[in-house]
Design a protein around this ligand. Structure first.
Ligand SMILES: [Zn+2]
Length: 318
């Protein structure tokens, strides 16, 4: 079976270029610039492609008084033609309220529609924007911090301490039984009929495998073994990476929800997942999520998934 998220990077992050401000300034002038505005991304009409700005277009948006000066983050060089890419993180001067301006959508909204390359750029840009937004002050002394090294870090304006972006680890688990059925759970905050894999944050001093066992036991009551790593996916909502595993339980009959985070658990065969998702009574997780990739991978590995049969639903977030 293929990995859940095994594609190699199409972007050279070119970390060695981050420390030279003159080089960064020169690259900015010819860069493809992704505008991140209030956690939304600039997109072309239709919302299936990112919209890149030039440095002069950014300048015009600032001079028009529409957008703040913002911050620039160097994302890297395109591996094919070495074009530099930047994110420009700048919110609008006038408060936007809940309604997004035309041409801007969230990563959740476009994640299932854009190309892998654009997804990689978007994940990097959004993760950086989220981190910078919440680290405007020094954790040591409370003074203001500033962007340094092309957005890779922030430094304290007072004591010059360096602050690095944080990513929170969360495990996500596809629990199977000996008959190769899967156990999915329903969270009370989800729409009726939505079921997904079990997930939770890694605690300090815990291995991924221990976290898998603890989270599955807490949420579904079953003990798992044969814990195998499947792949990982950045999930910057706001700052996670999902580390995915497959695990097996010998006692499927004892599964029960914890009643808090999970209010319902169900075992599904491939035929049941197919029939119920086709009928719309089972809502699968969105196609951009690692949970969905795990379910699709499991489905494709059985007889029902041979010959190109695919699970449907979840192309857009709901
Ligand atoms: Zn400080």
């Amino acid at each position: 079976m293929s990995a859940v998220n095994g594609q190699v990077s199409k972007m050279d992050r070119a970390g060695h270029l981050r420390t030279n401000q003159t080089t960064l300034d020169q690259m900015w002038q010819r860069a493809k610039i992704l505008h991140v505005a209030d956690a939304r991304l600039a997109v072309e009409a239709g919302g299936t492609k990112l919209r890149f700005l030039s440095a002069s277009q950014v300048q015009s948006l600032i001079e028009s008084g529409e957008y703040k000066l913002g911050e620039k983050y160097f994302l890297g060089l395109d591996e094919i033609d070495q074009e530099p890419y930047f994110a420009w993180n700048s919110s609008s001067v006038a408060p936007q309220g809940e309604k997004a301006p035309d041409g801007y959508l969230t990563l959740r909204e476009i994640g299932g529609l854009i190309s892998e390359f654009e997804m990689e750029i978007s994940l990097h840009a959004v993760a950086l924007a989220n981190w910078h937004k919440s680290h405007t002050h020094c954790a040591r002394c409370g003074a203001a911090t500033s962007v340094a090294q092309g957005g890779a870090i922030r430094t304290c304006d007072k004591d010059q301490s360096e602050h690095y972006p944080r990513t929170d680890c969360a495990v996500i688990v596809l629990v199977r039984d000996k008959d190769d059925r899967i156990l999915l759970g329903h969270q009370p905050v989800w729409p009726e009929g939505r079921f997904s894999c079990f997930a939770g944050f890694l605690e300090p001093g815990e291995t991924f495998e221990q976290c898998v066992q603890r989270e599955v036991l807490e949420e579904s009551g079953v003990l798992v073994r044969e814990i195998d790593y499947l792949g990982s996916q950045p999930w910057p909502f706001p700052a996670s990476i999902m580390i995915s595993f497959d695990a097996v339980t010998d006692a499927p009959e004892i599964a029960r929800p914890d009643g808090q985070e999970i209010t319902e658990v169900k075992w599904f065969s491939r035929a049941e997942v197919k029939a119920q998702s086709d009928a719309g009574t089972l809502l699968l997780p969105p196609t951009m999520s690692v949970a969905r990739k795990m379910i699709d991978r499991w489905f494709a590995s059985g007889a029902e998934g041979q010959g190109g049969a695919k699970l449907i639903g979840g192309e857009t977030w709901r």
